[in-house]
Design a protein around this ligand. Structure first.
Ligand code: NAG
Ligand code: NAG
Ligand code: NAG
Ligand code: NAG
Ligand code: NAG
Ligand code: NAG
Ligand code: NAG
Ligand code: NAG
Length: 372
């Protein structure tokens, strides 16, 4: 009896110890930061060290504004800082980007370089970020000083990582990198699917900075996870909205409860928009925070085509181990995700959003507001 109790105690102590030792901290590096990318790791009990921003869908100012907004909605700004990163890719400029399209055809989504691009920042909006250092220095400092395993979720251009690696190539050895993007085998879908599907298989994040993407992806990461086209296959649905609304206690409760602001941002008036986009970056953050969500993957060697005179400039290429280029083109081993448990993903969305984060910075705790 006594022995059993003692061993139970030891088991408990050991499990607490293991949880402490195997801790993991997150850096969210993105051109389009959204709440779920931050809330998933927090819900999983991980620490989010901060959000670093870069050019991509938005210019870097717009990305920084979006990061600041995603945090302030849940009163998370005081413990999760935002750092502004790359305003431009390493080599690519808007001119080279446009000229390449004259050579190889138009890219459907052109982000911050689209001719009709509009900043998301409302006139005279005030927003905060930590401007004592830039994102690149902050990423290096965070990796250098962390006692814990660092996971970077990079869901925008790879420019911040490329700049950090130029200065500190071995940074990668200490980090698990999870990226959104890395599409392969999309040619048939692009030809037969129309503009929207074509866009779904265009690797914008890599194409806006091909040289940065190649430098970043082929660094010696402790682990590299490429989420690939699976993230384009997971969408918000009306039944997810219905679930969010029911678990929150109805639309009236959502509208009058400040702790449900993230739910309100997601569901709006409760009806799914017809111009609904996939949970792209959220799937990447979800896979990083809850690796058990992954149900299918394979290992491969990858690189990014950096030849300007190529129709695949900025696209991910895969090669079998024995056919890796011997010189000139660096490759790296990666895990490509092919399937995720979509129901598990949706239930994590509900758990993360129907939750009051208001006192998280003060207490380290959030409170579920689920009524079901
Ligand atoms: C980092 O993760 C590895 C497993 O990948 C684990 O063995 C190690 O204890 C972790 N280190 C820390 C400091 O949490
Ligand atoms: C990028 O180039 C396009 C096409 O020339 C132009 O319309 C757009 O204003 C440019 N964007 C920036 C930020 O320079
Ligand atoms: C923004 O500020 C300027 C200068 O103070 C002012 O003229 C303008 O009306 C403001 N715009 C909005 C939308 O508040
Ligand atoms: C801003 O970031 C720097 C570098 O990480 C840190 O030393 C400083 O305390 C931060 N400032 C605020 C106000 O949090
Ligand atoms: C999506 O990617 C997987 C490999 O990760 C591939 O097998 C599949 O064909 C792709 N889907 C399309 C429509 O291209
Ligand atoms: C908010 O809405 C819920 C659900 O309709 C209701 O029960 C609650 O009394 C309302 N609270 C306030 C402060 O209006
Ligand atoms: C609710 O929002 C959806 C998506 O934004 C919109 O299409 C629809 O018109 C709105 N319905 C009402 C009644 O406002
Ligand atoms: C927001 O967070 C700050 C800092 O942790 C805390 O002092 C404050 O009480 C929180 N709540 C509200 C409603 O601002």
């Amino acid at each position: 009896m006594t022995t059993m109790k003692f061993s139970t105690f030891l088991g408990l102590a050991a499990s607490l110890l293991v949880r402490h030792v195997a801790s993991e901290v997150f850096i969210i590096d993105n051109d389009t930061p959204t709440a779920l990318q931050i809330l998933f790791p927090l819900t999983a009990g991980k620490r989010v060290m901060g959000v670093s921003t870069n050019i991509g869908d938005y210019d870097v100012e717009g990305a920084t504004y979006e990061a600041s907004l995603a945090l302030s909605t849940g009163n998370l700004s005081s413990c999760i800082p935002v750092y502004k990163g790359a305003a431009q890719p390493l080599v690519q400029t808007n001119d080279t980007y446009q000229l390449w399209q004259q050579l190889f055809g138009s890219i459907v989504w052109q982000g911050a370089w689209a001719s009709d691009y509009e900043s998301p920042i409302p006139a005279n909006a005030t927003y905060t970020y930590n401007d004592t250092v830039g994102a690149v220095q902050w990423i290096m400092d965070t990796v250098k000083t962390s006692d814990e395993n660092v996971t970077i979720v990079a869901a925008g251009s790879m420019t911040n990582l490329a700049l950090a690696l130029a200065q500190w190539p071995d940074m990668a050895k200490n980090v698990k990198l999870v990226i959104m993007g890395g599409y392969v085998d999309g040619q048939i879908a692009q030809v037969t699917g129309g503009d929207f599907v074509n866009d779904m298989y265009t690797d914008f994040n890599l194409m806006i900075d091909p040289e940065g993407a190649q430098r970043a992806l082929t660094a010696p990461w402790k682990e590299l996870v490429i989420v690939g086209n699976i993230s384009s296959q997971v969408y918000p649905t009306q039944s997810l909205y219905n679930e969010l609304i029911a678990v929150s206690g109805g639309m009236a409760a959502i509208k009058n409860t400040s702790g449900l602001a993230y739910v309100e941002d997601m569901v709006g008036n409760g009806t799914l928009s017809s111009s609904n986009l996939p949970f792209w970056d959220e799937v990447a953050a979800g896979i990083a925070a809850f690796p058990e969500m992954v149900t299918g993957s394979y290992e491969t060697y990858v690189y990014v085509d950096t030849s300007y005179a190529s129709p695949f400039y900025g696209s991910l290429r895969m090669v079998p181990a024995d056919l890796r280029p011997r010189a000139g083109t660096k490759t790296t081993k990666a895990t490509m995700i092919t399937s995720v448990d979509v129901d598990a993903f949706y239930s994590k969305v509900v758990d993360a959003l129907v939750r009051d984060w208001t006192y998280f910075c003060q207490s380290g705790k959030s409170k579920s507001l689920a009524v079901l």
